[in-house]
Design a protein around this ligand. Structure first.
Ligand code: COA
Ligand code: AMP
Length: 630
């Protein structure tokens, strides 16, 4: 099968294509409606199929000769722990934890928030929720209580699952006080919290609300899988939009399982029994799809790594893990490889490890810059595959489908559209642009399985954010172009979303926080290039008239404020005082121009600019602060 034949079929006969792929899963009741419309007029996959994602990820394998196959490899350089959990053991743990949740009243359709570090129990909790037909919402551990509170209020969980702490290299981060603060701040209160006590920290439990994970497990009755419809939600994952309020991306059970299973072979070229390693975090979509669901649906062994690419203990960590567990695929963000390259530029440490089992290195989450692409390929001697995707889709929109036909790579390109994604480049009026011309990247409807059908509790936001700019298309928020061979080049966001160390963040949200400081009249936060993390947010603030404040003190206060409100993960480290911001006559801050100045790019001064001298002022400020041409 060639890529062209596979892709064409998926676009020309999508129902036939995905019906066939769905047959690769054991449904309780096979879907007859392959593609249909929901009450909002949105395309939905497998609406009348009945299934359970946790059953497919665990019980199915136990029943089909893989009971003793390793499901999870846990490797934690920060605690010195390593262990392997078989499919049978994992199934039993999940069934028991589902029993714990059930005893707390969790039923089909209820939400459960999971706020945990990278430990197997996080995976157990996710699958236990899925087993009950309930909906999980995992919140990344690097988010502060306020962010957690916003998600609790939006998802309204019946139960929250957490741990006493996470470990960031040598720093122990206590999770429980953050959870308590979040619940204090939120209007919605969970009925119960289940807390895993880790040996590093003993969390204090709230009488009548908090349960100890181990005690609850000791007396739990295993719970059975609850059948759900293909279109019932499996999870909500919050992601940054352009405003302060994150968007709850909703993922269906059926389409997700079909896309995940298909992608493991078609994109990553792995099969049951292979070891797959996504070096990410369960708090991000990469973690949901390729630490948990994809590998387990395919019967692979997945690595849960509680460590970093560097400093745990050194820049050889990734290669050590690949050798030790014979990983066939390594998947991480370009930032991770830039961090390794910075500490081991000549790739000396790679030479200490046997990477003969490693087939390929996949990257996503941010733009893969050609120097990192070449460095990784040269030091590992393996194919490096860039693929482009979003929380909204749950899997790659563009990539190289190595299990179908590996196409020749081109540095700087995420290769070609993946099956089911009819990717087009549009101009401002919605016309499809020819090869070589840059525009907005959009996907012609219908979107393939796994893509989100709504924003949790806010369909109008879904419609206005993604479907209204170009009727008949999903607007990705990324800009780019296709070349003559149909290769897609992703050039970056067209909105105020930035990517810092592969983490998606909203500059709009940071602006709301910075503007809340009593000395600040107005501000703009933009992402400027960063050699390690891809981008870093920088605040430009205008003081209120008459305010006298030391600029260094103000910067320290703003940095602390953003850290407190969003979390350490925001990486907001710089705030610069300016006496003017470039604006249009109608008062809109010209953030794109500011980004262009910082990137050292040529820019056209718009005719709508209010005060053209504000640009030279901005250039001078950026120059003085070392923010140009990084
Ligand atoms: N819980 C609590 N805090 C966390 C956290 C977590 N799960 N993850 C990150 N943080 C904290 C870090 O400790 C750091 O805190 P600090 O400001 O006190 O030092 C801060 O958030 C910023 O983290 P990060 O941007 O990750 O920087 P870093 O210097 O700790 O690590 C890298 C840099 C490149 C090693 C790291 O970002 C990395 O491994 N990135 C890989 C990308 C990735 O996994 N992307 C996911 C999508 S594929
Ligand atoms: P997230 O939803 O956190 O996965 O972030 C999605 C965003 O990350 C996309 O909209 C892109 O801006 C960016 N992104 C992800 N993968 C890539 C890639 N391979 N190349 C360029 N940008 C990427």
């Amino acid at each position: 099968m060639t890529y062209r034949a596979e892709y064409s079929k998926s676009i020309e006969a999508p129902e036939e294509f995905w019906k066939e792929k769905a047959q690769d899963l054991k449904w309780f009741k096979a879907p007859e409606k392959i593609l249909s419309k929901d009450e909002n007029g949105i395309d939905r996959w497998f609406a009348d199929g009945e299934m359970n994602t946790a059953y497919l990820a665990l019980d199915y394998h136990v029943e089909n000769g893989r009971a003793d196959t390793t499901a999870i490899i846990y490797d934690s350089p920060v605690t010195g722990q390593k262990c392997k959990i078989s499919y049978l053991e994992l199934r039993d743990e999940v069934a028991k934890f589902a029993g714990v949740l059930k005893s707390q009243g969790v039923e089909k359709g209820d939400r459960v928030v999971i706020y945990m570090p990278m430990i197997p129990e996080a995976v157990v909790a996710m699958l236990a929720v899925a087993r009950l037909g309930a909906i999980h919402s995992v919140v990344f551990g690097g988010f502060a209580p306020q962010e957690l509170a916003v998600r609790i209020d939006d998802a309204e969980p019946k139960v929250i699952v957490s741990a006493s702490c996470g470990i960031e290299i040598a720093k122990v981060i206590e999770y429980k006080p953050m959870l308590d603060q979040a619940i204090e701040k939120s209007a919605h209160k969970p009925d119960a919290c289940v807390i895993l006590q880790r040996p590093q920290v003993e969390a204090s439990l709230v009488e009548g609300r908090d349960l100890d994970w181990n005690e609850a497990m000791a007396s739990a009755e295993p719970a059975e899988c609850v059948p759900v419809k293909g279109t019932d939600p499996l999870y909500i994952l919050y992601t940054s939009g352009t405003t302060g309020k994150p968007k709850g991306v909703v993922r269906d059970n059926g389409g997700h399982a079909v896309a995940m299973k298909y992608s493991m072979k078609a994109i990553y070229n792995v099969e049951a029994g292979d070891v797959f390693w996504a070096a990410s975090d369960v708090g991000w979509v990469v973690g949901h799809s390729y630490i948990v669901y994809g590998p387990l649906l395919a019967g692979c062994s997945t690595i849960v790594y509680e460590g970093k690419p560097v400093r745990t203990p050194d820049a050889g960590a990734f290669w050590r893990v690949c050798e030790e567990y014979k990983a066939k695929v390594l998947f991480s963000a370009p930032t991770a490889f830039r961090a390794i390259k910075k500490e081991d530029p000549e790739g000396e440490l790679v030479k200490n490890y046997d990477l003969s089992n490693l087939q390929s290195v996949f990257m996503a989450g941010e733009r893969l810059d050609p120097p990192t692409y070449h460095w990784t390929m040269e030091t590992t001697g393996k194919p490096v595959i860039d693929h482009w995707w979003q929380t909204e889709t749950g899997w790659a929109i563009c990539g190289n489908m190595t299990g179908i036909e590996t196409l020749p790579p081109k540095a700087g390109s995420a290769t070609v559209p993946i099956s089911g994604f009819n990717v087009q480049i549009l101009d401002a009026e919605g016309n499809e642009l020819p090869a070589g011309e840059q525009g907005s990247i959009a996907v012609k409807l219908p979107l393939p399985p796994s893509c989100f059908p709504t924003v949790w509790g806010d369909f109008e936001r879904y419609r206005s954010s993604y479907l209204s700019d170009y009727p008949g298309y999903y607007c990705s928020g990324d800009g780019g172009y296709k070349d003559e061979d149909g290769y897609v080049f992703i050039m970056g966001r067209t909105d105020d979303v930035i990517n810092v160390a592969g983490h998606r963040l909203s500059t709009g949200e940071m602006e709301e926080i910075v503007a809340g400081h009593q000395a600040v009249a107005e501000c703009a936060v933009i992402g400027v290039n960063d050699p390690l993390k891809g981008q870093q947010p920088i605040g430009f603030v205008l003081l209120k008239n008459g305010v006298e404040i030391d600029e260094a003190d103000l910067e320290a206060e703003l940095v602390a404020l953003v850290r407190k409100e969003i979390g350490a993960v925001a990486c907001f480290k710089r705030a610069v005082v300016v006496d003017r911001l470039p604006k249009t006559r109608s008062g809109k801050i010209l953030r794109k121009l500011m980004r262009q100045i910082s990137a050292g790019e040529d820019y056209a001064v718009p005719s709508t600019i209010d005060d053209p001298t504000s640009l030279s002022v901005m250039e001078e400020v950026m120059e003085r602060n070392g923010l140009v041409g990084i």
